[in-house]
Design a protein around this ligand. Structure first.
Ligand SMILES: Nc1ncnc2c1ncn2[C@@H]1O[C@H](COP(=O)(O)OP(=O)(O)OP(=O)(O)O)[C@@H](O)[C@H]1O
Ligand SMILES: [Mg+2]
Length: 319
């Protein structure tokens, strides 16, 4: 059984001028202990996808399609059942740990809260919190459980957030740009920690990032999101051996160093979900686009190696 199986996921957000379709039929899956990076530019729908997986989409949102976590359907199950899922099945590290941590509660109590809610006694929950903090590099001998978040650095607070998730023993950890707010050296440490924990604990990892290089280094599989569509996905090795979608190529070229270049910004802008053109949403920015691309959305078609591309004119092998 897959750990996570998402099929045809659509998300409409309410707006005065009519609903905005932010996710337009997303399919993805993660096997137990597997890892997937969701990559794309700002506004692609990455955070909305991550939040929707946890049932944390904005109030009034309309979710369609299927999200199965450990075989259980999560779409439409209601807040209480979803809260139980967040207890043990799925946990999320947010981009800004400041917002997610309570400034007036000690880190020990915050990390112990999940286990307490699962019915553990005070002492056992505190011991588990200490263990979880030690595993993220905040050994209680040096970082006492009664510290408050403001007594820690940004990187350390992000580690507390990860410990808080670990203490809930999730089968799947969703991390939304977990290091964007941190400086470069701290970023590398937190990412390495996440990868080691996922591998060591057999925990599934869904990592949201705007950085293709982070995806290449961190996860077994990658999915490129553009204007609410997955336009390219597959095993990381296969995808990076041949970046096939013109958007993925442009994303790679925009990042200094990844393709040996100095970073060429992608011309134009991603369409707003209020105003997505018919056909392929990348067509207006795509050097390969023709009339068909502007009229028809290409289906996500997979090759033998599991590498799938939604493009009528993908880059072929050796090009
Ligand atoms: N509460 C909301 N109401 C209406 N539209 C929203 C809301 N939140 C996000 N959006 C829109 O949904 C789209 C996807 O937003 P999302 O935050 O998922 O993007 P993202 O890929 O995470 O971008 P970033 O890299 O900047 O974090 C954007 O066009 C955004 O403007
Ligand atoms: Mg985001």
């Amino acid at each position: 059984m897959s750990l996570l199986e998402v099929r045809g996921l659509r998300l409409d957000l309410p707006a005065p001028s009519g609903a905005i379709r932010v996710l337009r039929g997303v399919d993805l899956s993660i096997e137990p202990g597997g890892s997937l990076a969701v990559v794309g530019e700002s506004g692609a729908g990455k955070s909305m996808l991550a939040l929707t997986l946890l049932g944390l989409q904005p109030e009034g949102a309309d979710v369609r399609g299927s999200i199965r976590l450990l075989g259980r359907e999560c779409v439409g199950i209601g807040d209480r059942a979803m809260r139980r899922m967040r207890g043990g099945g799925i946990a999320m590290v947010f981009q800004e740990p400041q917002g997610a941590l309570n400034p007036v509660m000690t880190i020990g109590r915050q990390v112990a809260e999940g286990p307490r809610r699962r019915g553990l006694g005070r002492g056992a929950a505190r011991a588990l919190a200490g263990e979880a903090l030690a595993r993220v590099g905040l050994d209680p001998a040096r970082y006492p459980l009664d510290l408050y978040p403001h007594q820690l650095s940004g990187g350390q607070r992000q580690r507390v957030m990860i410990a808080l998730c670990l203490a809930m023993r999730p089968k799947l950890l969703v991390a939304d740009e977990p290091t964007t707010a941190l400086d470069a050296t701290v970023q590398a440490g937190v990412l390495a920690l996440l990868r080691d924990l996922a591998e060591g604990e057999g925990m599934g990892l869904l990592l949201v990032t705007h950085d293709l290089a982070v995806a290449a280094a961190m996860t077994e599989r990658v999915a490129v999101l553009y204007a609410g569509h997955i336009v390219e996905t597959g095993p990381t090795a296969a995808v990076f051996a041949r970046l096939a979608h013109p958007y993925t190529r442009a994303l790679a070229a925009a990042r200094p160093g990844l393709d040996g270049g100095g970073g060429v910004p992608i011309g134009g802008r991603m369409p707003s979900p209020r105003n997505v053109p018919p056909g392929c949403p990348f067509a207006p920015r795509c050097p390969r686009a023709d009339d068909r691309c502007r009229a028809e959305m290409p289906p996500l078609a997979a090759g033998a190696d599991g590498h799938a591309v939604a493009c009528f004119h993908p880059h072929g092998r050796g090009t």
